[in-house]
Design a protein around this ligand. Sequence first.
Ligand code: ATP
Length: 595
Amino acid sequence: MRYNAQSIGLILRTSWRIQRSATIVAFFETFGRALEYLMPLFVGFAVTGVVNHQAAYLVGGLCGVGASQGLAPLLSIVGVQSRIGLNERVGQFFDAQIGRLSGSTATLNHLHDPQYQDQMHTLRERMGALGMAYNSLVNAANQLVTPIITIVVAASVDWRLLLLLVVAVPATFTARANIAWEKQAEDDSAEAGRRSKHLGDLTLEPVPASELRVFGARRLVRNLLGIHSLEWRKPFTRAEIRGSFMATVVTVVYVGASIGILAWLLHDALAGRLSAGRFATAVLVVGQLRDAVSSLQSSTQNLAQMLRTAGRYRWLVDYAEGVAADHAGEGAPPATLRHGIRLEGVTFRYPGSEQDALRGLDLDLPAGAVVAVVGENGAGKSTLIGLLTGMFDIADGRVLVDGVDLRAMSLAAWRERCAGAFQDHLRLELTAGEAIGVGDLREGRIPGSPALEGALADAAAGDVMRALPTGFATQLGPSWPGGVDLSGGQWQRLAIARAMLRASPLLLVLDEPTSALDPATEHALFDRYAAAAKTTARAGGVTIIVTHRFSTVASADLVVVLADGRVAEQGTHAELMAAGGAYAQLYGLQAAGYR
Ligand SMILES: Nc1ncnc2c1ncn2[C@@H]1O[C@H](COP(=O)(O)OP(=O)(O)OP(=O)(O)O)[C@@H](O)[C@H]1O
């Protein structure tokens, strides 16, 4: 209850902040409704006035009828008009907030968390409910005023009319059951909904769409899409069927009871025990009571849906605040590294996963060193990079930068001192200059051409740029007007240029940086990497190269072999070869392959 009241408070505050006048004027409709539902009383007065020849009753009643017929619609129109723009702006506000909350969360655990993804999916699905939040609130007020006025009128006419309320009580239980069923349907369908979306996206994106064609898997994906879409909608259909069955039962009971009570009242009217005025009011009130109950029912459901969506939004806010509180460290990273980066007993498991990706990992990355990290698929190399760049919360252990826990440091400040080219690099469909320039936005803008040219040279990507029709100004991405597409290797070289833009990072990450490159470019790049690593080393920075190509490893100062989330071996290339362990075997295998 308290939680719901806070959600209503949030919506009222938001609307108030967006447009005060419209927030107030929207409630004119509520007054209009109240006036409208007082009409049976006014009619009753007028009939009494006519029957008993009482002018005051007649005039008062007619004025009331006039007001409820003339003024009420006017108030309603003004109220509705004021809501039109407001709804959109409230919706846009929440839309922007949701994007901001997800995008600015300090770490990435949430993006790997199925529960978070389900909440986010349902929230996006129900965005309309939040966008129309203020609308639902005003509707609820409008629909609440209806039963209140009608009950007051009914009680003033004849107590027997209140018996209809007893009959309407089951309707409130039905409303509650409907709300619970809807909530259950939302929760039950979230995962299937996400699956359907994923499968639907596969058919829309060029890369998966072409692979699906090659494998002739389109029909399979279509069938799966059909199955999961059905799974997705099934809980809602079930809830709707249950709801409409209950609504039918309630209506039949109510109509039966209404007929009985009206017959009873008519009997008294004919016997002279009930005045004509009261009987006329009673006839009108019976119809209104039914409307009042059903409008109360539907508004409760709409309100409940809006409150549920607001609850999911607040869950998201709490989640983001929780992450922010866990990363409240404000310490600045050192200007230069003196000792290096150290991982102590680091254990990490992805949310929802059954096993640790890294287990009690101890590792020293000395200042100024070039460290090569190798290991089989799934050994934990990319996870290690994620932890070093502060992307994940660690369950156990710590990452120390010159002896200072990363948690005590401002993550944003630490990341400003990191640079990297990543395995799954971004294909930023901006202009070529922007796609590289985002690598160093510390001045809040894209660096000028000299810096971009330097980064291109460091990434051996000058020829990629020269081939573009308008150089840095060229729009990338074929789906945009005048946009050009690049090959996988060309995209990767721009990603490397982005990594090279940032001067003297304390951590330079090159995660499978040459996986898409031809041998000549790869060779050219490794000379540049050596140069970049030397520049990085001048500030004591650590360069980490994650690679499956052992030929690129030999010149590293330190080679770390990961296996099963732990350090299996470490040392220089010569030391590891001499040791004759896993590294020596893998190196031998690759070397033999080239012979
Ligand atoms: N998002 C995720 N959710 C759950 N488990 C994950 C996730 N990402 C990776 N893992 C698991 O964590 C472990 C380490 O994965 P990681 O990507 O770090 O390996 P890697 O050494 O970089 O592999 P590769 O050489 O294939 O890139 C693997 O067992 C993997 O299945």
